[in-house]
Ligand binder design. Structure first.
Ligand code: MF3
Ligand code: CO
Length: 249
């Protein structure tokens, strides 16, 4: 399957999906507090998706059981919400959510602090978010996938952190995962060229320590092999002639 170019009408639909998802993540940000469980976050997200008249994108995807992924501390991505997982002051939680409105997907993630967090955790979150912004800032028609990956990698490695290799971003539209794959590392001017109308989910996953990850026995939760903290930020982004439109911002 080739990379799909979306019409302005389709982008307009994806703008609606993106705005709704932005709202869901905003409610999670405003609600999170020590003592809550990750299942509480799931319930909030479920209600937010329903209120928006949207359909959850993750639930049932390859058997995934929830509408939200909640990845705490050394969990990198795909943590499964649980009523047994209580959040404590100082934790960081990546919340990753996807939804569908009128057939069009949006996918976005952010890493939230629980109460007051350490300076090193703050630096990890700030760096990961900044690496996503750096990637978005190179997006335009004619830029390459290598430009995007290199932009992330430079910010992350400059800060002394490492980019996760085993998971990548992706095209998105009428499916959650479309071509192309979008690595968070690479070399400038290499790889395929972006074109106006492509829509990309760019999602750096950054470890405070080594880049290696492994998946737990639940078949989903990816954790850092060295136990170091990890962060994840993701936006759904449309490629324009002269730049990018962040549909989930
Ligand atoms: N944001 C993740 C991704 O881009 C979410 C997929 S997880 C699943 O791949 F739960 F839906 F499987
Ligand atoms: Co994604």
């Amino acid at each position: 399957m080739a990379i799909v170019i979306r019409s302005p009408k389709e982008i307009a639909k994806m703008r609606r999906s993106g705005a709704a998802l932005r709202g869901v993540l905003q409610v999670l940000r405003d609600s999170i507090t020590p003592g809550m469980t990750t299942m509480d976050l799931e319930k909030i997200a479920e209600a937010g998706i329903a209120d928006a008249g949207a359909v959850a994108a993750f639930k049932g995807y390859h058997g995934y059981p929830c509408v939200l992924c909640t990845s705490v501390n050394e969990e990198v991505v795909h943590g499964i919400p649980s009523a047994k997982r209580t959040l404590r002051e100082g934790d960081v939680v990546s919340v990753d959510c996807g939804l569908i409105i009128d057939g069009y997907y949006a996918d976005s993630a952010t890493t939230l602090p629980v109460g007051k967090i350490s300076e090193s955790a703050k630096k990890l979150l700030e760096t990961t978010e900044r690496s996503l912004q750096a990637a978005i800032s190179v997006v335009r028609s004619g830029a390459t996938l290598g430009d995007v990956g290199a932009a992330v990698q430079e910010v992350v490695e400059e800060a002394g952190f490492s980019v996760v290799r085993d998971f990548v971003g992706h095209g998105i539209g009428t499916e959650m995962h479309e071509e192309p794959q979008i690595p968070n590392f690479g070399r400038r001017a290499q790889g395929i060229k972006l074109r106006q109308g492509m829509v990309l989910a760019i999602e750096p996953m950054v470890n405070a320590g080594q880049h290696k990850v492994r998946v737990l026995e639940d078949g989903w939760t990816a954790v850092t092999v060295d136990g170091s903290l990890s962060a994840h930020f993701e936006h759904t982004v449309a490629v324009l002639a002269e730049g990018a439109e962040v549909l989930t911002a």
